[in-house]
Write a protein that binds this ligand. Structure first.
Ligand code: NAP
Length: 248
């Protein structure tokens, strides 16, 4: 069942990206899955079956982006999901290398993938770019500056893309999740499992599947319906920094 055409999902080796690969395949897309950990995207493609393919992809490396996109002949949907945060340092002690990686992945990675696949999205006659942003794209928080800046920038890129493409058959959408329990915090805190687990302690976070369902919903509206932005967060989270935890 691939009647909806080809969807490309970046960062499909874990979390929201992997769940989105599954959800889009179930919704009738052929899915092309990319991430640096090839064995994980290959395992996911095997699990999904013949309508899935997996290739290595590092969105921070233009050569890798070119090689990945070289496997793609047609594309109706691009899900720019690859991304994440590094650290929670205040500006006073900000680590420039972490900021550069966050910008390279969340912003330039999104640019590279979108620019590379835009011709195919336009010629599909019904293209769609969905970028996984974050509530961090809307709500600054202490310690979040590097990630806030990157996600705000990615949001600006999508807003400009929508302006530049008006009149062309491509929709531009942004899905901005709050707390989702994935590898996100483990990566942010460089493998510190206790610190990562504490982020979700005493509350019910979103699952990757919850967000993937929203992405699949956005992707399967009729062609004239462009859902610009969806903010989805756990009931226990009113703002990035205002979270209810059991016992608090
Ligand atoms: P995750 O489980 O850590 O997944 C991140 C994915 O991005 C992985 O598949 C990772 O794959 C991929 N990735 C990272 N750097 C990459 C690169 N240079 N090239 C290609 N792929 C790369 O976290 P997640 O929560 O699912 O995150 C997915 C997206 O949701 C991110 O954009 C994140 O900022 C956003 N988000 C997450 C939350 C949350 O609370 N979890 C909230 C709001 C927004 P490899 O390491 O295999 O390359």
């Amino acid at each position: 069942m691939t009647e909806r055409g080809t969807a490309v999902v970046t960062g499909a080796s874990s979390g929201i990206g992997a769940a989105t690969g599954r959800a889009l395949a179930a919704a009738g897309f052929r899915v092309v899955l990319g991430a640096r950990r090839l064995h994980l995207v290959e395992a996911l493609a095997t699990e999904i079956g013949s309508q899935a393919q997996a290739y290595p992809l590092d969105v921070t490396d233009p050569i890798s982006v070119d090689a990945f996109c070289g496997h793609i002949d047609d594309c109706r949907l691009l899900v720019n999901n690859a991304g994440g945060a590094l650290g929670l340092d205040p500006i006073a002690t900000a680590d420039e290398a972490k900021w550069q990686t966050m910008y390279d992945t969340n912003v330039l990675g999104t640019l590279r993938m979108t620019r590379a696949l835009l011709p195919l999205l336009v010629t599909s006659g019904d293209g769609h770019v969905i970028t996984v942003g974050s509530v961090a794209a809307i709500e600054p928080y202490p310690g979040g500056a590097g990630y806030n800046a990157a996600k705000h920038a990615a949001r600006a890129v999508m807003d400009v893309l929508r302006l530049e493409l008006v009149g062309q058959p491509v929709r531009v959408s942004e899905v901005d999740p709050g707390l989702v329990e994935t590898e996100f915090s483990l990566v942010r805190f460089e493998g510190d499992r206790d610190r990562a687990a504490a982020v979700y302690e005493g509350l019910t976070p979103l699952t990757a599947g919850d967000v993937a369902e929203v992405i699949a919903f956005v992707a399967t509206r009729p062609s004239h319906v462009d859902i610009d932005q969806v903010v989805v967060r756990p009931r226990d989270q009113a703002r990035v920094w205002l979270v209810h935890r059991d016992g608090t």
